[in-house]
Design a protein around this ligand. Sequence first.
Ligand SMILES: [Zn+2]
Length: 268
Amino acid sequence: MSIKYCYWEMSWPEIKERVKDEPVCIIPVGVLEDHGPHLPLDTDVLIVNEICKQAVENNIADSILLPPVVHGYSPHHMDFPGTISIRWNVLVEYLLDINRSLIKHGFKRILLVNGHGSNSSLVNMVSRLTIVEHPEVLCADFFYLTTPESLKLIEELRESDYPGGIAHACELETSLYLAIKPELVDMSRAVKDISYPESQNFFFDWVDGSARMMEWWSTLSKTGIMGDPTKATVEKGKRWLKAAVGEISSLIKELKSREIRKRVDHHL
Ligand SMILES: [Zn+2]
């Protein structure tokens, strides 16, 4: 009998049984927001969900897939029609409640895979708080295609300018969407948009990038795009998708085999 790996397709007795293996719970986290005139609002959800799905399919014995968290944090995109933004504190508590529920049922290993930049600090706070609240579990967070190997592959394949070509609804995201659901990408509407960087980078980048600032998206981009989606191809998307799936597979193995160590109270 093949093992089920989609959490929502299982019955409660199946969950009760499956939890004994301590599988790594994989939770994709995205957002619905503008991704230029050529990509659907669900870009960050579709991509991260597909990466997680393929990674779990490759590691069925060691992991279990949760449904994607579709709504995320994106208030600075609200000038563009379609964006849905959840308040930061609500999102943090919402994600924590998902983790708390899984932990209640006995799951001990959780990986939040984020597909939307502005969720990053919040998703990281959730993984930290989960362990603070529940020292008996492990919870990690990760943004896909950020390992040194993946960054190298991105540089190897990219044809757009650096910096500027890869940021948002760009060569990278458009290629990934093309590799997953090409019928929803309207390449005739894809344009290179580096609207306001003539003298400055898109993102506030002071000295070595160690200072951060996120301005309203409409002050940075005219189309919602930041980058050059005209350079996107299915082939590049497939290579990048495979690399991202590999990253999650490695993380599943790492989390599955990691010892959960006991706290030591040095007051005693
Ligand atoms: Zn995106």
